[in-house]
Design a protein around this ligand. Structure first.
Ligand SMILES: C[S@@+](CC[C@H](N)C(=O)[O-])C[C@H]1O[C@@H](n2cnc3c(N)ncnc32)[C@H](O)[C@@H]1O
Length: 280
């Protein structure tokens, strides 16, 4: 598959994802939240599209030694939940970048609603061709997103380029294991728009090659297995909303793909990693 075709598939995947701006607004209203006085503190229970919620943001912030003087890049920022959380809780400035226009529109809208648009800004772009100048950021983070990026070397080199020397990259991602089969890779690529999954040692090699020194690599496979079982149940709880928005066939194919994905964690065919690296 060509790179452009893959990127189009990623956009389609996120344009029809169960978590979206309309779904978040609907859930907030259903929960009786006054949207005119929405705060990040309230929104954080709705807008984090990664595993372990805001605790995962704190884990990355702690590893990266985040301070209020840092300018942070959130790569593949989605609807901007982690960016808003870090800005509010650590006092830093955050810039988010994401490929999918509907994600960026949602991120901007939610950020205006929480009154954070002066500290948190967003750009729609492919992270393999970053629109930012060299040496712009002190810290870069990313969560459960590089799994969609076919050329890990390219996204890591781009990240190295836009980080200052000594800048910190802290991220989590879905990774392959020695037990990941070819059939499983193909199915994950076809149904969840993954691309080029690598193992933890391969990630460390690619980081070193892209100009980073790896400081810490934590295998999160076991922790994520339990989280993912709950997450599958959460997506199933959104069935009515997903069917209303995208139809029953879409819900059923999503459910089958996600159940397969979670099943891979149960048999050790996938794992997760939290990596900290510094730019040389
Ligand atoms: C699972 S979501 C994670 C969102 C966010 N990190 C969070 O934790 O809430 C993955 C995101 O990666 C984005 N993405 C995938 N490929 C990308 C690329 N090549 N460049 C930029 N963003 C990309 C998708 O559009 C999607 O919003």
């Amino acid at each position: 598959m060509s790179k452009d075709t893959h990127l189009a598939e990623v956009r389609t995947f996120y344009d029809s994802h169960p978590i979206s701006l309309p779904q978040i607004l609907e859930k907030l209203e259903r929960d009786g939240v006054d949207l005119d006085t929405l705060t990040e503190e309230t929104l954080q229970a709705y807008d984090q599209d990664h595993y372990s919620g805001v605790a995962a943001n704190d884990a990355l912030a702690k590893r990266a030694g985040l301070t209020e003087s840092d300018h942070v890049l959130d790569i593949c920022c989605g609807l901007g939940g982690p960016a808003r959380y870090l800005a509010r809780n650590y006092g830093c400035r955050v810039t988010g970048v994401d490929l999918t226009a509907s994600r960026i529109e949602g991120a901007k809208r939610l950020t205006r609603m929480t009154g954070q648009a002066d500290r948190v800004t967003f750009h729609c772009a492919d992270a393999m061709n970053s629109p930012f100048p060299d040496d712009e950021f002190d810290v870069a983070i990313s969560q459960e997103a590089f799994c969609h990026i076919p050329d890990k070397g390219q996204v890591l080199s781009e990240t190295a380029r836009v980080l200052k020397s000594g800048g910190r990259l802290a991220f989590t991602d879905i990774v392959a294991t020695e037990a990941t089969s070819g059939e499983s890779r193909e199915r994950l690529e076809r149904e969840l728009a993954f691309a080029g999954l690598c193992t933890i040692p391969e990630y460390c090699q690619r980081l070193e090659r892209a100009g980073f020194t790896v400081r810490q690599a934590d295998d999160l496979g076991e922790i994520w297995r339990d989280i993912l079982i709950e997450r599958l149940a959460m997506y199933r709880s959104l069935k009515d909303q997903t069917v209303d928005r995208f139809g029953l066939a879409h819900f059923e194919s999503w459910d089958s793909a996600y159940a397969f994905f979670v099943g891979q964690y149960k048999i050790g065919g996938l794992s997760g990693v939290r990596l900290l690296a510094t730019r040389r």
